[in-house]
Ligand binder design. Structure first.
Ligand code: PMP
Length: 428
């Protein structure tokens, strides 16, 4: 395929935008080469600036669950835009989407809208600290909760008591309040809690990890966290930025039948516009300003275009009883197809999947945490990525990402993808 125009646009971008991109993983650093510049997208396909058509498995890193330029979402945005794009004042549509979200998600009474997943997680942690009066938090190595300071803590040995910054600019003072645990290791979390008695405000977790590939929680792990939180007066925060409105109407809480204390949303809830949200029961949410002392605000929060897009997508998901089954069936089909051709070509691999989240790891051991995810063969991944791109199949440009399946994908698209994987695996 020809990527001449994309390459030229990237060269121009590099002169005025750091690394040519507004979010680092887009720069193809992990896989080499230059990024694809998108001209437009419709349904399951991206069209790049060189007029190549690519089957999209990134889907804006999750939001486009029903495909690109989904007509009800586009219509809702256009209608709203004609009436003004931002007021910084209350609008009825904010209550409508809040009512719908609260009705779809178990165990929440109130929801507050923000502009990104980062903001949602950052605000959720502040609320947890304000509510419990404690400072420390536990996060898991390999989980990503956005780029706010408390979360940019190096993945190291899970048992380290004091985190150290992995990004210059994060102070030691901030880092020391973030404790790192190993995903899927309840013993490790128990030890951290014992070592920091009465100091931990919350445990924040991706209930299905999606930022080290896709890693399912082991049987009993989330329940174990719930029990530890109950015993130790710690709030459990589910970061459902990826899983919310994707794995089930009520997200991972519904899928695993575990109640979190605070739930964070992003991606799908905005229908492709910049939206995040956090939600909890009244007792906790009433601690937020203006009702309570924990401050949180936003000029563009609840923006009418963003709310219109979000409401349109949630309405579609809420009214389609089969959507989550259909997504799971398509993803299972893809899983089985890829499994078969990789096995036929003797490629060492492990495939992880939960619902419509899936990842291919080039290692034969079970991938259960950051350490095992990091063992995957990155050289094989790079070849796999570029091989697929050349076939017109676009997966995330890093081995630590999840593929997101959209309902716009047809079985022909999935067959095309499996055949492409087959051809590429002959070259690995
Ligand atoms: N939490 C999770 C689980 C995420 O996957 C992401 C983004 N990939 C975020 C938080 C941060 O969201 P945003 O990029 O919208 O700030």
């Amino acid at each position: 395929m020809n990527y001449k125009r994309s390459s030229a646009l990237f060269a121009q971008a590099e002169t005025v935008i750091p690394g040519g991109v507004n979010s680092p993983v887009r720069a193809f650093k992990a896989v080499g080469g230059t990024p694809i510049f998108v001209k437009k997208a419709k349904g399951a396909y991206l069209y790049d600036e060189d007029d190549n058509r690519l089957i999209d498995y990134i889907n804006s890193w999750g939001p486009m669950i029903l495909g690109h330029a989904y007509q009800p979402v586009v219509n809702a945005i256009v209608d709203k835009a004609k009436k003004g794009t931002s007021f910084g004042m209350p609008t009825e549509i904010e209550t409508k989407i809040a009512q719908l979200a609260v009705s779809m998600v178990p165990n929440i009474d109130k929801i507050r809208f923000v502009n990104s997943g980062t903001e949602a997680c950052m605000s959720a942690v502040r609320l947890a600290r304000g509510f419990t009066g404690k400072d420390k938090i536990i996060k898991f190595a390999g989980c990503y909760h956005g780029h706010s300071d408390s979360f940019l803590i190096q993945a190291g040995s899970g048992a380290v008591t004091f985190g150290s910054p992995n990004s210059p600019g994060v102070t030691q003072g901030t880092a020391k309040d973030t404790l790192l645990a190993r995903y899927n290791d309840i013993e490790n979390v128990t030890q951290l809690i014992e070592a920091n008695k009465n100091e931990i405000a919350c445990i924040i977790i991706e209930p299905v990890a999606g930022n080290m590939g896709c890693i399912p929680p082991k049987e009993g792990f989330l329940q174990g966290l719930r029990d530890l939180c109950d015993t130790n007066n710690i709030l459990l925060i589910f970061d459902e930025v990826m899983t919310g409105f994707r794995l089930a109407k009520g997200g991972a809480q519904e899928l695993f039948n575990i109640n979190a204390d605070i739930v964070c949303f992003g991606k799908v809830i905005g229908g492709g516009l910049p939206v995040g949200a956090f939600a909890a029961r009244n007792e906790i949410m009433n601690h937020l300003a203006p009702l309570g002392p924990v401050y949180q605000a936003g000029t563009l929060s609840g923006n009418p275009l963003a709310m219109a897009a979000g409401l349109a997508i949630l309405n579609e998901l809420n009214s389609d009883a089969e959507i989550f089954n259909r997504l799971e069936e398509k993803t299972t089909y893809l899983h089985n197809g890829i499994e078969k051709v990789l096995t036929e070509n003797n490629i060492t691999h492990t495939i992880n999947r939960v619902g419509s989240m899936i990842s291919v790891h080039f290692d034969k051991a079970e991938v259960v945490d950051f350490e095992t995810a990091a063992k995957g063969n990155n050289d094989t991944f790079k070849k796999f990525f570029h091989g697929l791109l050349n076939e017109g199949v676009y997966i995330a440009p890093s081995a630590f990402e999840t593929w997101f399946i959209t309902d716009a994908l047809t079985y022909e698209d999935l067959d095309f993808t499996v055949e492409a994987v087959g051809r590429v695996s002959e070259t690995l």
